[in-house]
Design a protein around this ligand. Structure first.
Ligand code: PMP
Length: 303
């Protein structure tokens, strides 16, 4: 298993900076027993002029709030304060290229009743930017994404990730790199921890919102398509369409933009290097290390 912290690592816990090795949480927490917590996956990058930038910090902390509220978890944290704390956390740990993991969790509560308080921890560990030179082999999962009528699927809730873990483990034990999950109607949904796009005849396609996590990288790709004048459409997607695609990629904060080599061993029409998807990958890579620093005081007032 990876080493996420050592004796010197600092984390942020309910307003204080404490040593990760000494931090405590309640083992009677409703979150541990029922997977009832919400979290974020954020990345910071060392930018072109050497400064540290948290990519889309406001969007991520706003989604954390949306996720908590979707699950009826009390949420009293302010986005600008959390961003400030995250920059401080990176500084205290000496991190620039890092993965940041805030978790909002519940108190001790074995019943299913609504809580009157919640807690927050922000952890971070170093993560080098991904070079994107590898293409991945993907299989269609035998697991479907959770039915949005059974879960708040737009929330980044810990419990949903049992589905992701099962799908990813299944793909790996079948010799693939990752899984692609369908939704309850058998349409293309997303990867265990990333959204999906495919490219056909100079246009990009991605599943509409409704049965997927609304990814911040997905939204960024839509913005990049706009800027680069690449036509893009959100729609219901059949798996057969993906089989006849020219290229396809997964996108997410951790995955960044990662090209698919094949889906169920079927390869795509274009070499990755010649695809528009590769152009999106390159543009994303430049975007995250740009020094468009959003200063915390500029977003003061954002909740
Ligand atoms: N779908 C799922 C299920 C995920 O876990 C993630 C990662 N958070 C994504 C999509 C991509 O979201 P984002 O681009 O906001 O990281």
């Amino acid at each position: 298993m990876a080493n996420y912290y050592n004796e010197n690592t600092i984390l942020y816990l309910n307003g204080a900076f404490v040593k990760a090795s000494e931090a405590k949480m309640d083992l009677y927490s409703q979150s541990l027993h029922y997977g009832y917590s919400v979290f974020e996956g954020i990345r910071s990058y060392k930018t072109v002029n050497g400064q540290t930038k948290i990519f889309k910090a406001v969007e991520h902390y706003n989604r954390l709030k949306v996720s908590a509220e979707a699950l009826n978890l009390p949420y009293t944290y302010l986005t600008n304060k959390l961003i400030e704390a995250t920059y401080e956390l990176l500084k205290r740990n000496g991190f620039q290229d890092a993965y940041i993991r805030p978790v909002v969790y519940a108190p001790a509560n074995m019943s299913f009743s609504i809580n009157t308080e919640s807690f927050i921890v922000i952890e971070a560990w170093e993560m080098a930017p991904f070079l994107g030179d590898k293409l991945i082999r993907v299989m269609t999962s035998s697991f479907e994404r959770p039915n949005p009528k059974g879960f708040k699927i737009h929330a980044k809730a810990a419990g949903h990730y049992v589905n992701s873990i099962l799908a990813s483990q299944e793909a790996k034990s079948n010799g693939f790199d990752e899984a692609l999950l369908m939704d309850m109607n058998g349409h293309v949904a997303e990867a265990p921890g990333a959204n999906v796009f495919y490219e056909k005849d100079g246009k990009l396609f991605t599943p509409s919102l409704g049965n997927i996590l609304p990814g911040i990288t997905r939204a960024t790709v839509l913005e990049l398509c706009n800027e680069l004048n690449i036509p893009v459409e959100e729609k219901i997607i059949q798996k057969q369409e993906m089989y006849s695609a020219d290229a396809a990629f997964f996108c997410g904060t951790a995955a960044e933009i990662i090209g698919l080599q094949s889906l169920d061993d079927k390869t795509f029409g274009l070499p990755w290097e010649k695809s528009l998807s590769k152009l999106i990958q390159d543009s994303y890579k430049s975007l995250v290390v740009e020094n468009k620093q959003v200063l915390v005081n500029e977003i003061a007032g954002v909740e």
